[in-house]
Design a protein around this ligand. Structure first.
Ligand SMILES: Cc1cc2nc3c(=O)[nH]c(=O)nc-3n(C[C@H](O)[C@H](O)[C@H](O)COP(=O)(O)OP(=O)(O)OC[C@H]3O[C@@H](n4cnc5c(N)ncnc54)[C@H](O)[C@@H]3O)c2cc1C
Length: 394
């Protein structure tokens, strides 16, 4: 079988398509193999952080995303007992980003924007209904076994990026361990068109509400609010999935208000796991294939996009002979270590904070009282600190 002079990407999620867009732009031919018949419509990530917007700008995706989303220049912390405790404004870090705000838009908007731009570009190919089943590699190529409409076929290319999500076949095929744990709690996401601004004046589009018993967060996307509730382990999945259960949770948001219009509910398990390595030979893992964490702070997809940018910059240099193979090891060094050091630590801490309203309130008040601490805090929340730390890791 002949070897195609291309980079293969498994998965057309936000991470796979950002990697594809970056490589095609750098003159590297790419084939994306996507298991689904079309791009996913699942409602998952909905927050794009400032440095992610900076990166997507270079791919022509930020302005269309803003046009289809909501600009959120500030976010709030509340406690169930006290209401508003602290508001943070990204303007305070306007010197560190050209987008001092979050954009609230579903990840399915980004994937469509990217694919629209990629389609028709020379060097870009995408194969839907094409599930990567097995991976074999040697010194000069990677061979994929693809399952397509019940039949299997093989394709050989030069490099492979496994961006095929949390259950990554690429990661499994290469036997790379996915160390970490799964929380006993689950998350229920309830979406409603109800206008929370009408009843909570001054509410920002992103709000975290701490409570020892049942914290939640409220995120606005165009036309909807998404409320994510923590569900403890003693409640069965069947009970959680009832309309009455979702209504009973929604009734805790504003006393006296109930019977919400509910557009949909989704129940998620929450994991904290990081792959043992992000590179094995000619194959790389990126995004959820490489790491998963709880959604508090919106770091999963954003961190995955940061992986894709870090990796493809290096891969394009190696492809064009501007850098040697060792350059690619720096992807693993930088991205895996910052994932362990900062993203995992911070998302776990974010969960603990929401479960401990009193100490959390006090720490927020101390941060707010000190402009330097506020600045550093915002750099961490916006994931700029993570990117700076990755640079330090050499
Ligand atoms: C409720 C919830 C809320 C979240 N909110 C946020 C947030 O606000 N901000 C944030 O940053 N993150 C958030 N996340 C996390 C975010 O959704 C993920 O980190 C993100 O989807 C990862 O993107 P990805 O491209 O790596 O993987 P995915 O989005 O999972 O895409 C993987 C793609 O690979 C395809 N695929 C799978 N297996 C194969 C195979 N064998 N061969 C070929 N293709 C395959 C799939 O069909 C899919 O299209 C949230 C997650 C959840 C569950």
């Amino acid at each position: 079988m002949s070897i195609q002079n291309r980079v293969f990407i498994a998965g057309a999620g936000p991470v796979g398509l950002v990697a594809a867009a970056k490589l095609v732009r750098a003159g590297v031919p790419v084939t994306v193999f996507e298991a689904g018949a079309e791009l996913s419509t699942e409602s998952r990530a909905s927050t794009f952080h400032p440095p992610t917007l900076d990166m997507l700008e270079a791919l022509g995706a930020t302005q269309p995303l803003i046009a289809q989303g909501l600009v959120a220049p500030a976010f709030q912390y509340r406690t169930k007992k006290d209401g508003l405790v602290a508001q943070f404004d990204f303007n305070a870090i306007a010197d560190a980003t050209t987008h001092p705000y979050r954009v609230q838009a579903e990840q399915s908007k980004l994937t469509r924007i990217l694919l629209d731009r990629l389609n028709g570009q020379s060097g870009f190919e995408i194969e839907f209904n094409s599930r990567v089943q097995a991976v074999a590699q040697d010194k000069s190529s990677v061979t994929l076994t693809i399952e397509r409409n019940g039949a299997t076929q093989s394709h050989s290319g030069r490099w492979l990026i496994g961006a095929d999500g949390a259950s990554s076949s690429v990661r499994r095929a290469l036997g790379i361990e996915f160390d970490g744990f799964t929380w006993p709690d689950r998350l229920l996401v309830v979406s409603t068109p109800f206008d929370f601004h009408a009843v909570l004046p001054g509410l920002t589009s992103v709000n975290y509400v701490a409570d020892a018993e049942r914290w939640y967060f409220l995120l606005q996307i165009p036309g909807l609010w998404r409320v994510m509730f923590l569900i403890k382990e003693d409640i069965s999945d069947e009970q959680i999935r009832t309309h009455e259960f979702a209504q009973s949770l929604m009734a805790t948001i504003i006393p006296g208000l109930g019977n919400y219009e509910i557009s949909h509910t989704t129940l998620y398990k929450v994991h904290q796991r990081v792959a043992k390595t992000f590179r094995l030979g000619r194959t790389f893992l990126a995004g959820d294939a490489a790491h998963i964490n709880n959604p508090l702070g919106g770091m999963g997809m954003n961190g995955g996009i940061h992986d894709a940018i870090n990796l493809t910059d290096r891969l394009a240099d190696v492809w064009h002979g501007r850098a040697g193979d060792a350059e690619l090891d720096r992807y693993d060094t930088q991205r895996r270590l910052v994932t362990l050091e900062t993203i995992q630590t911070q998302t776990i801490q974010n969960k603990k904070n929401l479960e401990s309203p009193e100490p959390f309130k006090q720490s927020l008040q101390q941060i707010k009282a000190d402009p330097k601490r506020t600045y550093d805090y915002l750099l961490r929340v916006a994931m700029i600190a993570t990117l700076r730390r990755a640079e330090e890791l050499g």
